[in-house]
Design a protein around this ligand. Structure first.
Ligand code: ATP
Ligand code: MG
Length: 561
């Protein structure tokens, strides 16, 4: 490809909203352009990379027996209503005005639609169906360039099995394919246990890339390899132990004391003697959630425990439900459902709100005074806590999710009536799995892991081109003819070659663009070397330079690649 005819609009400056390296470099290198918040076009060189990623995914999906579909993005709303997901996706779902349609954010419903009435016998199963298609999600905060877009490409696959044991096999095949895909793309990633979120279902794991730009937080144990999204991560922490004889409960006046820290300060007590209260509304009903001290409620854990639609209560609801405002709420006398963190199970002589403004209660014995509480692990874990598996210290950091594999079970097949007949002629719902990979996220994460201050550091197999020829002065016939010859020769050996044949562009400008675009090798065609029948070959990543005789150039390039 000749750069003079190729649309690669490189830039020196980028819009101020581009902060993370991949976003900045994808814009600067002319790979993408924003059309509107969270909506991007891939320009020709960017799309070349997309196609390479897609091909790797396709090969590995085909290798596990996947069959490729192409489903419509425009879906009848009715089928989404049948699975309850118009509500579950909420504002993230794009609705089409004046029509009963939605733009699909994922395709469980439509794949189940195709399975229904056609995978009717155990003999038809198992199946793995996939597609690589545009998805639409009205993300509330599109950011980080293509990492969180409102429209993005996803490889989504779905498995259909007769039983959970068979589902385990389809899931394992996907796990294997995903590792191959990310390995082949040259990404450093790790796998964490995850929550199933709005998808429903049982086990799920995420493939993650460590990154400050990530919107997920994960816990990782260096010692044993335990890794989990904080949405589900557990750790070992000291529970509130029983402490002396249980005193009687007593109301104490605590004017203007709202937070746990203020309570500790006022009463000269430790936060581990306090139970913090939060009220949530679960499908219209109040739930009191109790945590030890300053521990945060993990809303994702709470959601999977109580199910349905869960949201924090609004301030005016608090007063109505408890008689008090935030900061004065507690379990004693609370009339509705109580969910408490495991750490509080045996606690006694505890302090909490009195459900009366400016009052707290002391002497709370959870075994005696909060008898209707249900106990679960509800904590957001923190860095430095002990690993649930081996006891070593956990590291907690930010990560970007590349892909997600779910054991869906029968949620969708039951909602949509996707059944098969077993050997005895008995009917059962098909057991499904669902598996997604973000194509743009592979692209952006590769750059996040491969760049320097000058630009991108591409390597095989995702690099748009293998070699970038820089002809320093196109006015010199010797240079332009030599560069043209090299371009034709190298292209003829099957290499993908980009040739900067632009006239009227300074050598410095060309060098900067070559470094910014970041092809693995640069062939620099300059007057002095060419006169001696030589050119310079530079490894973009290492900076290593070799002077190569023109007659041996392709060999040297093959070696250096
Ligand atoms: P996230 O937690 O980041 O919002 P998700 O859990 O909603 O993602 P899935 O529904 O599991 O995502 O989608 C499968 C894959 O699609 C994700 O692993 C991710 O790689 C990609 N993906 C999801 N949302 C976006 C988005 N808004 N922009 C780009 N890629 C996305
Ligand atoms: Mg996710």
């Amino acid at each position: 490809m000749k750069l003079s005819r190729y649309y690669v609009p490189t830039l020196k400056e980028v819009p101020s909203d581009a902060v993370i390296p991949s976003h900045v470099l994808m814009i600067r290198a002319g790979l993408i352009r924003m059309v509107s918040a969270g909506i991007y076009s891939f320009l020709p060189m960017g799309y070349k990379v997309v196609k390479k990623i897609v091909e790797i995914i396709r090969e590995e999906m085909d290798a596990i027996g996947g069959q490729e579909f192409h489903l419509p993005a425009l879906n009848p709303k009715e089928i989404w209503e049948q699975t309850g997901r118009v509500e579950a996706f909420g504002d993230t779902l794009f609705h089409v005005k004046n029509r009963d349609y939605v733009l699909a954010p994922t395709h469980e419903e439509i794949m189940a639609f195709h399975a229904k009435g056609s995978l009717t016998s155990y003999k038809d199963l198992p199946q793995i169906w996939y597609q690589i298609q545009t998805k639409f999600r009205n993300e509330p905060r599109p950011r980080s360039g293509v990492i969180r877009g409102r429209q993005f490409l996803m490889k989504d696959s779905y498995s259909f099995d007769t039983s959970f044991e068979e589902l385990d096999k389809s899931y394992a095949l996907h796990d294997k394919a995903y590792r191959k895909i990310f390995d082949r793309c040259g990404l450093k990633y790790f796998v964490v246990g995850a929550s199933s979120g709005a998808m429903g279902g049982s086990k799920s794991e995420e493939f993650m890339v460590k990154s400050e730009a990530g919107e997920d937080t994960v816990a990782y144990c260096e010692n044993c390899g335990y890794a989990a999204n904080v949405e589900v991560a557990q750790s070992v922490v000291q529970a509130a132990a029983r402490n002396g004889k249980s005193e009687n409960i007593k109301e104490i006046h605590t004017p203007n004391v709202k937070s746990i820290d203020e309570l500790c300060e006022f009463l000269k007590i430790d936060e581990h003697q306090c139970a913090k209260s939060r009220i949530y509304i679960n499908d219209g009903k109040p739930v009191l959630v109790l945590m030890l001290g300053n521990d945060e409620v993990n809303e994702s854990k709470l959601q999977s425990i109580i199910g349905g639609v869960v949201r924090p209560a609004h301030p005016d609801e608090l007063k109505e439900i408890t008689g008090a405002d935030a900061g004065s709420i507690g379990p004693v006398g609370f009339k509705h459902r109580i969910i408490a963190d495991n750490l509080l199970k045996d606690a006694n002589n505890m302090y909490s709100g009195a459900n009366k403004n400016d009052y707290h209660i002391s002497g709370i014995d959870f075994k005696r005074d909060v008898t209707n509480a249900e106990y679960f692990d509800l904590r957001v874990i923190e860095s430095g806590e002990n690993c649930i598996r081996c006891g070593s210290k956990l590291d907690v950091f930010k990560a970007i999710e590349l892909g997600h594999i779910f054991k869906l079970g029968t949620k969708y097949s039951e909602a949509l009536g996707v059944n098969y007949l077993d050997e005895k002629g008995e009917e059962h719902p098909i057991v499904m799995g669902s598996y997604g990979i973000g194509v743009e996220r592979i692209f952006a994460c590769f750059i996040e892991q491969n760049f320097d201050e000058k630009g991108i550091l591409w390597s095989k197999p995702l690099n748009p081109f293998d070699v970038h020829i820089v002809a320093l002065n196109m006015k010199s016939k010797l240079i332009s003819e030599t560069a043209e010859k090299i371009y034709n020769e190298l292209s003829g050996t099957g290499l993908e070659v980009l040739y900067d044949d632009r006239e009227g562009v300074t050598a410095g400008f060309k060098f900067n663009d070559a470094d910014l675009l970041g092809m693995p090798l640069q062939v620099i065609v300059g007057e002095k070397n060419v006169k001696e029948g030589k050119v310079e070959v530079k490894n973009r990543k290492t900076g290593e330079k070799k002077i190569a005789e023109l007659s041996k150039l392709s060999e040297i390039i093959k070696e250096m690649l």
